[in-house]
Design a binder for this molecule. Sequence first.
Ligand code: ATP
Ligand code: BTN
Length: 271
Amino acid sequence: MTLIDPVLLKSRLGQQAGRFDVDALPECDSTSSELMRRAERGAPAGTVVVADRQHAGRGRRGRSWLSSPEASLTFSLLWRFPGGATRLSGLSLAVGVALARALESLGVAGVRLKWPNDVLLETNGEFAKLAGILIELSSDRRGAQIIVGIGLNLQPPPPGDLPQPAVGLSSAGVDADRHTILAAILAELAGVLDRFGETGFAGLRNAWQAYHAWQGLSVQILGDAQMLCGRCLGVDDDGSLLLETESGVERIISGDVSLRRTGGILGAKTA
Ligand code: ATP
Ligand code: BTN
């Protein structure tokens, strides 16, 4: 018996239930790795793997994602798009919009998005990570296949385990049943991924900006060998970050960098 009952989840999904095929596991290495193996064996779009426990949960760039059965919701969704992977820029931001909308629909106030893949909770001007998004894609002649991995904290992870502040849904005063939470996220994801398939990120850009944590604020971009400072202007139609620097506006395309806030407010916040 797992913490997710697929039958109950199906009833929570209502009319959207037919779009998903959910498997709930007590444990796996990583729901994204498990789903990738199933995708290679031909699993259909809409397949969802949710696990109570991951023993090798992954974040970006080989980082670990910490979770525990009672305190976390960890799952991955398989989706396919016609055409090549080049049309998928901005996808992790689009998924952020779905997650933010779902959390708001559950009553969470203060949901913010941090480029490129974090969902933060803002409380009295302080930001802490509530959820992370990991997108992995591959393509062949049939089109692009994506695995959307989402880790959501229901309770805050133990203090001291993480380099950045983290919170859980409980910190936002929300104590919804995990079936209700997962159904809300999957339903929003289906809508957002449909829209993304039609318009690319451009059709979701304004929605993303409305949740943008650090619009107009002073930030640093940390790469392997470089550091860029500037004012965060938001994102472009392809999801790249726009940074106003002393030498003009820079477009940061790769998500292979880290964004950090540096303190000073250099312009109006529009989020
Ligand atoms: P950036 O994306 O700017 O590099 P980040 O620290 O959010 O910052 P990511 O690679 O996006 O880095 O996310 C992975 C990070 O998430 C890990 O380095 C870890 O610090 C953090 N992390 C792991 N588990 C959790 C969790 N349950 N809640 C919040 N944060 C977590
Ligand atoms: C990040 O913030 O870097 C992304 C974290 C993504 C974590 C989720 S948990 C479910 C899925 N399985 C994984 O191994 N990672 C993602």
